[in-house]
Design a binder for this molecule. Structure first.
Ligand code: UT7
Length: 323
């Protein structure tokens, strides 16, 4: 059988870092409140000339370098984003052009914070279906540009950035011990669409709109939904939390991450947490966290890595990959 194996990884962050204390002059908040309630200490905010496509391109180039590949080797680019540079064309084709790629195909995928988990699963199916051999999967966001900077309940939570992964088709025996994507589980439920949304768009207001969230409502559902898809993924692969080497969750709130790991019985030392550094970067959060844990040597070839995300829609999902 064919497996989609990780060939390279890269990331990119805006130059400007905004620390919690920097919000104290903008809205009524404090470093203490933000750190205690979310675990966030700082986030990167895109400046002039930095956009979703420019960050995505930088992450893609880093992943190509890491893999020892060039854009010529890529067949498909999938970009997970809810903050495209333009309503259309897709940010993915902009990145394709920036990379000088005149072949293959590229498209965006929108599942908000679950975008990367959806994108990696989509790329896996394109590879298994024979439509692509090597796929660049990118999560790239500039959420700072859709925040209401007068709303303290949301503006302190998000940051900008991008992460990229290259998946490659490889012949496999299909065992859990073999490298590549082993199992995925995706869910959505539009009944929750008004709990985390943007109050504008081309089909309604004709404007971009601002992010709105009932934080407590999202929090209430998050841990149970995350646990459900992870348990489904475990069942598909016939494994348990004991078998996991690294848990790389969506980075929205440290309290959600800790509660999910506890509910699933995943040991604290196996959890990769980067929310303190990046804030919530939506579809970029999982590949950014992966990049950190690969760069510092925690995630090694052959490790069993569990990815998870939950966000607007609601959408949620989990992916199990042998690195
Ligand atoms: O990535 C997509 C998924 N998104 C998430 O997973 C986010 C999920 N939700 C959360 O992470 C949390 O609900 C928040 C971090 C958004 C909020 O934490 P919370 O513990 O649920 O706080 P809360 O919304 O219940 O608010 C508690 C208090 C309120 O004041 P009162 O009503 O108790 O007087 C808020 O007005 O904290 C107040 N508050 C703030 N205070 C200082 C809200 N935002 C702030 C702030 N600074 N920035």
């Amino acid at each position: 059988m064919i497996r989609s194996v990780v060939r390279g990884i890269g990331s990119a962050l805006p130059r400007r870092i905004m620390r919690n204390a920097d919000f104290e002059g903008i809205v009524e908040t404090s470093d203490e409140w933000i750190a205690q309630r979310t675990g966030i200490r700082q986030r990167h905010i895109a400046g002039e000339g930095e956009t979703t496509a420019s960050l995505g391109e930088a992450a893609a180039r880093a992943a190509l370098d890491n893999a020892g590949l060039t854009p010529d080797d890529i067949d498909l680019i999938v970009v997970a984003t809810s903050t495209p540079d333009n309503t259309f064309p897709a940010t993915a084709v902009d990145i394709q052009n920036r990379l000088g790629m005149r072949h293959g195909f590229a498209f965006d995928l929108q599942a908000v914070c679950s975008g990367f988990v959806y994108a990696i699963t989509t790329a896996d199916l394109y590879i298994k279906g024979g439509l692509a051999r090597r796929v660049l999967v990118i999560g790239a966001e500039t959420f700072s540009r859709i925040l209401d900077w007068t709303d303290r309940s949301t503006c302190v939570l998000f940051g900008d950035g991008a992460g990229a992964l290259i998946l490659e088709a490889e012949e496999s025996e299909g065992r859990v011990s073999d490298r590549g994507i082993i199992a995925s589980s995706l869910r959505s439920d539009g009944a929750h669409k008004d709990k985390l949304f943007v109050d504008g768009g081309p089909g309604t207001s004709g404007t971009v709109g601002h992010l709105r969230m009932e934080g407590r409502e999202v929090f209430k559902h998050a841990v149970g939904m995350i646990a459900d898809v992870i348990e489904d993924t475990y069942a598909k692969a016939a494994i348990t939390s004991e078998d996991i080497d690294w848990f790389v969750p969506h980075q929205a709130n440290k309290r959600i991450i800790d509660a999910s790991a506890k509910k699933l019985g995943i040991a604290e030392g196996k959890v990769v947490t980067t929310v303190q550094l990046h804030g919530n970067t939506s579809a970029a959060s999982v590949p950014l966290a992966l990049s950190v844990a690969v760069a510092d040597g925690r995630i090694q070839k052959g490790d069993l890595v569990l990815l998870e995300a939950m966000g607007g829609g609601f959408t949620w999902g989990a992916v199990l990959v042998r690195w």
